[in-house]
Design a protein around this ligand. Structure first.
Ligand code: XMP
Length: 323
């Protein structure tokens, strides 16, 4: 019968057999899937696994620390953290167009990740043959069930990598649904904050600032987002909503009055949604007192923000994210 214990035991045995005395690499995103996949492989092959985490500076408050400290503490995994904030901010400077931002973030991410990979391979030698991916069952079905190897194009690598390196894939979550992945993660002792994490886009807060992305604006949005998350958690609403993007309208200003003065600040948008699969979504009917608390705290505690607005658009026609 299906138990998380059985799944873990089976996968650990299979991974040991597959990898033998070779080495594996896994990219961590801060999300549930890559974390659980990494923890399973770590359990199977220990220090033969190296994880890579690219900090693009677009994460929410505390998220990088969760990976760096809590995930490592829970698993004992060998982790290479690449601090690439400056590089991403430089690449994003002056860019406001959403698609352009996404392209830049995606491109820089691949470059940084591949460079880290090349460095690991240069250190460890040719025994690095496996790449761990957190592919879930729904992903397998959607993509037609293909499996096997990944070609890592290395044209922009700094050296150390062969022209066109082939990794064999380890995909220990291929038979699991999301809720099962969370159960396995829990059984493996991962922190609750990682196991129960709501979806968060790869481009991070970079696509939650309408306008140019700057360090200053990111810091401001991080504060507002942390307050919203804190209050939603305190109200026990985390399981009721699918996710709640918090968006900074950096190109918009409105007049306000705070203390005894006129202000001219930015609005923050709350975008709480309920959904089954993110393909469609409805705006969440959050309790007014929770919304009031979030609004009061954000306008009181976050500088340059003098207005909080609620997005009451379904998907379609709105997407969940604003960019
Ligand atoms: P939209 O905005 O298209 O979002 O309604 C649907 C779901 O996908 C997430 N999302 C992303 N996830 N990389 C990701 O890993 C991305 O580039 C990305 N863009 C959107 C979004 O948070 C929502 O859950």
């Amino acid at each position: 019968s299906w138990t998380t214990g059985n799944v873990i035991e089976e996968q650990v045995a299979a991974i040991r057999e597959q990898v033998g005395d070779k080495r594996a690499i896994c990219g961590l995103s801060g999300g549930v899937d890559s974390a659980v996949a990494a923890a399973l492989v770590q359990k199977a092959i220990g220090s033969q696994l190296t994880c890579v985490y690219v900090d693009h500076g677009l994460m929410r408050k505390g998220e990088t620390e969760q990976v760096e400290k809590d995930f490592v503490a829970a698993t004992g995994v060998q982790l290479k953290v690449v601090d690439a904030e400056e590089r991403f901010l430089k690449a994003l400077a002056g860019v406001s167009d959403p698609e352009e931002k996404r392209k830049i973030i995606g491109r820089e991410f691949i470059r940084v990740f591949e460079q880290a990979q090349a460095e690991i391979i240069a250190d460890e030698g040719p025994a690095v043959e496996f790449l761990v991916q957190g592919t879930l069952y729904p992903d397998v079905v959607e993509s037609g069930g293909g499996t096997g190897t990944a070609n890592i194009k290395s044209h922009h690598n700094v050296g150390g990598l062969p022209e066109d390196l082939e990794f064999q894939l380890i995909e220990p979550l291929r038979k699991l649904f999301k809720d099962e992945v969370r159960m396995v993660g829990q059984e493996l002792g991962l922190p609750e904050e990682i196991v129960q994490r709501q979806p968060f886009p790869g481009p991070g807060l970079g696509i939650r600032i309408v306008g140019e992305v700057t360090k200053d604006r990111l810091d401001l949005l991080r504060e507002a987002d942390a307050i919203a998350r804190e209050e939603l958690t305190a109200a026990g609403l985390d399981r009721d909503i699918w996710q709640c993007p918090v968006v900074l309208l950096a190109d918009v200003r409105s007049v306000g009055v705070q203390g005894d003065g006129r202000t001219y600040g930015h609005p923050i948008v709350l975008r709480p949604v309920s959904s089954e699969d993110a393909m469609t979504a409805d705006w969440s009917r959050l309790p007014y007192d929770v919304l009031a608390k979030i609004s009061t705290r954000i306008t009181n505690e976050v500088r340059d923000v003098n207005r909080v607005v609620l997005d009451v658009t379904s998907k379609p026609p709105g997407t969940i994210e604003w960019e």
